[in-house]
Design a protein around this ligand. Structure first.
Ligand SMILES: *[C@@H]1O[C@H](CO)[C@@H](O)[C@H](O)[C@H]1NC(C)=O
Ligand SMILES: *[C@@H]1O[C@H](CO)[C@@H](O)[C@H](O)[C@H]1NC(C)=O
Ligand SMILES: *[C@@H]1O[C@H](CO)[C@@H](O)[C@H](O)[C@H]1NC(C)=O
Ligand SMILES: [Zn+2]
Length: 321
């Protein structure tokens, strides 16, 4: 009888171990900022470093960009985009943390002060909840409604994990969103696809998606910020050349809300507030490309000075005649 009881308790211990092991071993991380809600199942951002040492590093992302302290860098010329205009079928997945796509080969970026050519491998988004902003980067303390990350790796690498140990292994293009009064037709297919991937692990295909249709027009992409940072999810590898574009992408309130309303994390909870809090810069500099508006106003100024001088000299000639 006692033997039976012991066998039974050993068995239940084994069962307990088997059921809790996945949580321990696969490093279950989440975004929840509230300790009580999250403690028992997952580590929120303030504890990521306990399991992923990189997350406690000194070159972490996202950051708050203080525009007044950014430094103009004339080598930050416009990007060359390749293949972004091609219509392709794209696999989209609810990975329990975000909506993430796997991009087919053939999309590249070059120039723009990058040390190498980089190829696009995936894109995903970060958002808040209804009525609450959820971008990862903030500008002068302002959080935008949402943020799109198009993740690229150096062309010589085959997959993301090969780029983890290279301080410039990744080039991530970050785009902020703004609320607009009308639906953005270019986001119709992506947002419609969310309904097919409400639950963790679900995937679907978006037909004929053009990456360039999701981002602002190329002429609006000459103005951006650049700094050295990390992946904003565990393992937080400090391997990213960051670009954050100034021009936001417009989405209607209903389109913005669709993300937190349609998607769920594994426990059936809404997938909301999927952003990491801003990290300290630890003295890192943020550079900015030459500001087009500054250049334009400088040109107008010099033109007006020249024409004033011109008028002056005409008047002077008139007087002396
Ligand atoms: C990255 O560096 C770590 C530690 O130096 C090493 O253990 C790992 O194998 C490296 N990974 C790659 C893909 O080179
Ligand atoms: C997509 O979902 C299908 C059906 O559930 C599954 O068989 C397939 O492995 C999934 N693909 C990916 C890449 O997750
Ligand atoms: C976000 O989701 C949590 C559950 O994960 C829920 O309790 C909370 O109300 C949601 N927040 C908002 C503002 O919708
Ligand atoms: Zn991201």
């Amino acid at each position: 009888m006692e033997r039976e009881a012991m066998k039974h308790s050993l068995l239940s211990l084994l069962l307990l171990l088997l059921t809790t092991l996945p949580f321990i071993s696969d490093g279950h991380w989440c975004y929840s900022q509230s300790q009580d809600e999250c403690e028992e199942h997952c580590n929120g951002p303030s504890k990521w470093h306990t399991e992923y040492a990189n997350c406690g590093g000194k070159k972490q992302s996202p950051i708050n960009i203080v525009s007044r302290k950014t430094e103009s860098d004339p080598t930050l010329k416009p990007f060359t985009f390749e293949g972004y205009e091609r219509a392709q079928d794209v696999l989209v997945k609810n990975n329990g943390h975000s909506v993430q796509t796997a991009l087919p080969p053939g999309m590249r970026i070059m120039g723009a002060g990058l040390p190498d050519a980089y190829k696009a491998v995936q894109f995903h988004l970060h958002w808040g909840s209804e009525g609450e902003a959820g971008s990862e980067h903030t500008i002068d303390g302002e959080r935008y409604p949402m943020e799109l990350h198009i993740v690229h790796i150096k062309e010589k690498y085959h997959q993301e994990d090969e780029a983890f140990n290279d301080t410039e292994g990744f080039a991530v293009l970050g785009f902020l969103f703004e609320k607009s009064s009308e639906d953005n037709p270019n986001y119709k297919d992506l947002i419609a696809a969310l309904r097919r991937i409400s639950y963790c692990g679900f995937n679907t295909t978006i037909k004929d998606l053009r990456l360039d249709s999701l981002i602002p027009k190329q002429k609006d992409l000459a103005r951006y910020y650049r700094y050295e940072g990390s992946l904003t999810t565990p393992g937080c590898n400090e391997a990213v050349v960051w670009t954050l574009f100034e021009k936001p992408i417009p989405l209607s309130a209903a389109q913005l809300a669709a993300f937190s309303q349609t998607l769920f994390v594994d426990a059936g909870k809404p997938m909301n507030r999927t952003f990491r809090p801003v990290q300290q810069t630890h003295g890192r500099k943020v550079y900015r490309s030459r500001s087009c508006s500054l250049l334009a106003s400088a040109a107008v100024l010099s033109l007006s000075i020249m024409s004033t001088l011109g008028l002056w000299s005409i008047q002077f000639l008139d007087l002396t005649r």
